[in-house]
Design a protein around this ligand. Sequence first.
Ligand code: MN
Length: 255
Amino acid sequence: MHRAVKSTCREILHPSGPRVRLVGVMKTLLSALSVVLLATVGARASDTPPSGPFTLPELPYAYDALEPHIDAKTMEIHHNKHHAAYVNNANKALEGNEDLSKMSVWDLIKHLDEVPDEIRTTLRNNAGGHANHSLFWLMMKPGGGQPTGDLAEAIDENFGSFEEFKKEFSAAAMKVFGSGWAWLTLTPDGEMVIETTPNQDNPMMNGGHPLLGLDVWEHAYYLKNQNRRTDYVDAWWNVVNWDYVAERYAEAKKD
Ligand code: MN
């Protein structure tokens, strides 16, 4: 549609003669109209289910695998309803935008400045939500564990000890007002920091490398813990996938 509108402007700005100009404008308007009609039909046909570039990834474990720390019902609704909704909404927002549809979710959230104004907030929230949850599932595993190797050393160096790191991270998670996330991030300068983001923002939106993230939206714990976010945060430490965090740290250091 943009191309058609642009060529209309070009015809008007650079006419090659009154008759040619009129015919040219009529033709361009007709083709613009047909594009609009096709786009409308296309949108209707793809309302259910949305096609689009993104798909809901499968969990790498069963819904009940993180019991008793995180209950099966919460995992199921969180994945199959909340995460699915972010995927569907991002896909809907991208309908008709071929260029953005070719981008990975990571590239998209790193380059929100390239997204048109009218869909930027929708994509910030929903592509952001898709990215965050895709990471979150991998950042957990049954059995949990402790950081090892380079990662453990870096945590000790930056926070004093693993226990001290956990305390600081938990405190940051508790301080998130409303909905958001707590992160362990490697900044673009290579500094290891604890930070929080509102809504579905991700450290990648500021050039950072998220190593570990904790979802503190109420939908992540309300069924089991009701208003007690602190119980959820305490329980979550038992299911952190430190091997995956270490992999992400090794990758981030290469950049
Ligand atoms: Mn969530």
